[in-house]
Design a protein. Sequence first.
Length: 148
Amino acid sequence: MVIPAWNSWQGNREEADNPNTGIGAFRFMLESNKGKSMLEFQELMTVFQLLHWNGSLKAMRERQCSRQEVLAHYSHRALDDDIRAQMALDWVNREQSIPGALSRELAATERELEEARLAGKELRFPKEKKDILLLAAGQLGSGHSSGC
């Protein structure tokens, strides 16, 4: 995969230069990962997809964390058991606040994972979501089966 040079990008240049916009954040991640492999960059993108899906990015924004601070922190972290456990704890809390939220999200994620598999798409993000949700279900002792 070849990523186009930023100077050939046809969008709003101010948006690309501003790390507080989505495009600017993506540009910051690209530039801060120069020299790394595509797999390393893909893992970073998966971490940020999970943070967005989980609501963690929104919570950090509400705590007045700048996008650049969040990027700087997570750009140096691998997707590991600590990140998964924290996200699972978030889902445990969500399930306690909104009963049934976990099972609904798990069912939707299992459908998403199967659809991606059948379409030949990248599976890492939906698989990580499923793993996090199963970890949360296990912490709740709710008896969700893994379906593996």
